[in-house]
Unconditional design. Structure first.
Length: 93
């Protein structure tokens, strides 16, 4: 098991934020990841426009998972329509 960090950016409207967050947490559960830390970073300005939006709601997750499961998770995150952007990295020990 390795430790990973996931940062996601969702839309700022309530329904976008709640459905997107639920979808990501379901994907994490499906990929057998054990979430160790969750942080709501709130609404922030984006560095550049994404889908004609200048603000996004940021969430941060720290989790442990097997590398094979993380490859599948990365593919599914790319296909998730609710996400504006995501960043998934392996955390150094």
């Amino acid at each position: 098991m390795r430790t990973y960090e996931l940062t996601i950016i969702l839309g700022t409207e309530e329904n976008e934020t709640s459905t997107g967050k639920e979808k990501v947490e379901d994907l994490l559960k499906k990929s057998k990841a054990s979430i160790t830390k969750t942080d709501d970073l709130g609404v922030r300005d984006l560095a550049y426009l994404i889908n004609k939006r200048s603000k996004g709601h940021y969430y941060y997750y720290e989790f442990e998972a097997d590398p094979q499961d993380v490859f599948k998770l990365e593919d599914e995150l790319r296909l998730t329509n609710q996400l504006l952007k995501h960043l998934l990295i392996r955390k150094e020990q």
